[in-house]
Design a protein around this ligand. Structure first.
Ligand code: NAD
Length: 339
């Protein structure tokens, strides 16, 4: 099948080509899918998309007019796709539900350690040959309380690592994971978890119910000096309220791999540009905020797994056989669930 692959980076291409072998004709662009680039897909029954792509209703209508019937997402999250519109156009959407929860969970831990143990500042001082350590004090994670919001695949992988550190585990999730009890994780309300935790890590999807889940009220609930980690989706946190919580000195720090307005910013070389996103510039300016540009998924293991599943999904779509990774919309819950 002819597949137009948007937002493709060199690491995607190598692994997708390898996984596709001779089975599919893959056409690549580094450009994002958006209104202006939708016509590139002309004559391709399938497109492959990443989280940076815009698959909103008007863009889907354009893809449909180009002959696209299938959307193969190379991500877990599908918040960048208007699934209702896709369904109304008869387009099938598939995702990669579990390529490597460890990649994201381990990155969340890397961010936490880098912030708490002042690794970035320590490295900068090292380069300056200033070998004083007075400003580099962190705290032990052992014995602290870690709150996990969303205990699916990534949340549980993160919980297991924190268990290894000797942390006490709390969780909030509308659907409790039966595995939680085996590692001593206790569920509570969102408020209960936020009030008790020294570290809070977000691992829920971005759906209507979780948009700005962490806003001013929730920052007020959080312990003074708590650390917030967000490797889920930027809009789960109200960024303006986060900035306020940092500026007021309430929050101890934030570890972010995602940002509310990251589309068009992350995954792109802006070295010669003036950034006009003042919210982002403000966020980046704080010493106790560490940001990576949506790289938590980026391990060799994850990329291989994403490519293998994407090609297997495309195989199933081409053959017209049921695909386990097809996404569907259950109107009743205003949510996205697997078939
Ligand atoms: P998952 O489906 O296995 O788990 C998500 C969990 O969130 C589920 O247990 C679900 O019940 C829970 N949840 C739903 N609504 C909730 C709410 N209101 N409050 C708390 N929890 C809620 O998904 P996963 O594989 O663990 O991935 C989680 C998210 O991580 C993805 O949706 C995606 O947005 C994000 N992600 C980020 C990266 C990255 O590179 N930064 C990579 C992969 C995934």
């Amino acid at each position: 099948m002819k597949v137009f692959v948007y937002s493709s980076r060199p690491y995607d291409r190598t692994e997708l080509q390898r996984a596709a072998s001779e089975k599919h004709e893959l056409l690549f662009t580094e450009k994002r899918l958006m209104d202006e680039t939708a016509h590139y897909s002309h004559g391709c029954p399938a497109v492959s998309l990443f989280t940076s792509d815009d698959a909103s209703a008007p863009v889907l209508a354009k893809l449909h007019a180009c002959g696209v019937q299938f959307l193969a997402l190379r991500s877990v999250g599908c918040d960048h796709v208007d699934l209702r519109k896709a369904a109304s156009l008869g387009m099938k959407v598939v995702n990669v539900p579990d390529y490597s929860p460890y990649a994201v969970a381990e990155h969340a831990v890397a961010l936490l350690l880098a912030l708490n143990r002042k690794i970035v500042e320590g490295q900068m001082l090292m380069q300056l040959q200033d070998f004083r350590i007075d400003t580099l004090k962190g705290y032990d994670i052992h014995g602290k309380t870690v709150g996990i919001i969303g205990t699916g695949k990534i949340g549980m992988a993160f919980a297991h690592i924190m268990k290894g550190f000797g942390a006490k585990l709390l969780a909030f999730d509308p659907i409790e994971n039966p595995e939680a009890a085996s590692i001593g994780m206790r569920y509570d309300s969102l408020e209960g978890v936020l009030r008790e935790s020294d570290i809070v890590s977000l691992h829920c999807p971005l759906i209507p119910a979780t948009r700005h889940l962490i806003s001013d009220t929730q920052f007020q609930w959080m312990k003074k000096n708590a650390i917030l980690i967000n490797t889920s989706r930027g809009a789960v946190v109200n960024t303006n309220d986060l900035i306020e919580a940092i500026e007021s000195g309430r929050l101890g720090g934030a570890c972010l791999d995602v940002y509310e307005n990251e589309k068009g910013l992350f995954f792109t070389d802006h070295r010669n540009d003036i950034l006009h996103d003042q919210m982002f510039c403000r966020l980046r300016s704080f010493k106790n905020v560490i940001i990576t540009a949506h790289q938590a998924f980026l391990t060799q293991d994850a990329i291989e797994s994403i490519a293998a599943t994407t090609i297997a999904n495309l195989d199933a779509l081409e053959r017209g056989v049921p695909c386990d990774n097809e996404l569907n919309v259950i109107q009743r819950h205003e949510d996205v669930v697997k078939r």
